[in-house]
Design a protein around this ligand. Structure first.
Ligand code: EPU
Length: 348
């Protein structure tokens, strides 16, 4: 695995470090202390430091699923571990191990270039490889759990390294053990994916098929699927480099069929995805749009005008303002639809 040489110098903590360029919302705030680690030796050295041990720690990857509402009063550790390699192979699969600090989209592009199939539907998702299993990222009919083999993580207090298999990760919709029981206990250092030699394309998600039809191809490859996904995403999701955001701010709620039937009696075209005999998932973006929030602007921040599930920093927004907007939306959806929206983004 490509990795920076272990450094002899001892790891320095930088005081009062700016975080504006380290969170995709572009919130201007600081960390009391900051350090970046480029290999596991550096990480272990940092974890040995009493200054790190005795304060709250926050590990940042791409900073694409976080909203800072105040200065971080502890140590921010930036995961800068790099490297991608094939660590195993069967007749049907490659096992591809990626270091946690690798940019997710670049990893997807690397897979496409090398004909490793399975992650093409997940193109253009902001963030790092290490965060992908944390919230079981998903889009266009594919989730990380579908291609996950195992991950390595370091326990922050005990400094032991453990390999987690798919069962131990307890993946759910935008959920894993690392957001629940083991929250803030582990630093993910690498993720190994089981990728197909013979692509099994998943184009069933409506918008992908339409986009592929438009491309008018004789034979569809994983590269074409990624191209279609990139086209769809860029048409409705704002580029964080241009307009600060953290992707979907809320999860799509799972509600009892009766609640959905009540909505449908007023809105016959209300979308839903079946979950079980008694429950359906309702797109939060649809609920927020129906409630009149889509495109709303509050000077520094607002609701994206092409996808109501995304809150945006229009310029110099404070995290607390965006949090307040999200609370107002939650209250309104509760009042209008009797549905409790849950935030997907981590609030700090
Ligand atoms: N919709 C509206 N108005 C809106 C947004 C959506 O009516 O403003 C409706 C759409 O017309 C459609 C339905 O809601 O009928 C679903 O919309 P979309 O396909 O855009 O997907 P989503 O459910 O809003 C989820 C993920 C996205 C992922 C897309 C595509 C969550 C929380 N979000 O959004 O993930 O890209 O599906 O698979 O599950 C992310 O997690 O950051 C993210 C962007």
């Amino acid at each position: 695995m490509r990795s920076t040489q272990a450094r002899n110098c001892s790891m320095q903590l930088t005081p009062n470090h700016p975080l504006k360029n380290l969170n995709t919302f572009g919130i201007d705030c600081t960390a009391k202390w900051f350090a970046a680690f480029h290999n596991t030796d550096e990480l272990m050295e940092l974890l040995d430091n009493p200054e790190v041990q005795n304060q709250p720690q926050l590990v940042l990857g791409g900073g694409s699923n976080i909203l800072f509402t105040q200065p971080f009063n502890g140590v921010v550790l930036k995961n800068s571990l790099l490297g991608i390699e094939v660590v195993g192979e069967t007749d049907d699969h490659y096992l591809v191990k990626a270091a946690a600090g690798e940019n997710w989209h670049q990893f997807v592009m690397h897979c496409i270039k090398n004909q490793f199939a399975g992650v093409e539907n997940l193109a253009l998702i902001p963030g790092c490889v290490g965060a992908s299993p944390m919230q079981n990222i998903g889009a266009y009919g594919v989730e990380i759990k579908d291609v996950f083999h195992e991950l390595d993580a370091v326990h922050i207090r005990e400094k032991k390294i453990k390999t987690f298999d798919v069962t131990e990760c307890s993946f759910g919709y935008r959920e894993s053990v690392f957001k629940q029981r083991e929250k803030n206990q582990w630093i993910i250092t690498s993720v190994t994916f089981r990728l197909n030699k013979n692509p099994r394309l998943k184009t069933g998600y409506g918008a992908i098929e339409e986009e592929l039809d438009r491309m008018n191809l004789d034979q569809i490859t994983i590269k074409d699927v990624a191209k279609a996904v990139i086209q769809i995403r860029s048409s409705k999701l704002p580029d964080p480099a241009v307009l600060g955001n953290a992707g979907s701010f809320f999860k799509n709620p799972v509600v009892p069929i009766e609640t959905y039937e009540k909505i449908k009696s007023h809105y016959p075209g209300a979308p839903s995805y079946p979950i079980s005999e008694t429950a359906v998932k309702v797109p939060a973006g649809w609920l927020i749009e129906q409630a009149g929030w889509k495109g709303l602007k509050r000077i520094t921040h607002g609701v994206h005008d092409k996808q109501a599930l995304v809150l945006v920093n229009l310029g110099n927004a404070r995290g607390a303002e965006i949090l307040q907007l999200s609370s107002d939306i939650i209250d309104d959806i509760q009042h209008k639809f009797d549905i409790t929206l849950e935030r997907e983004v981590n609030i700090y």
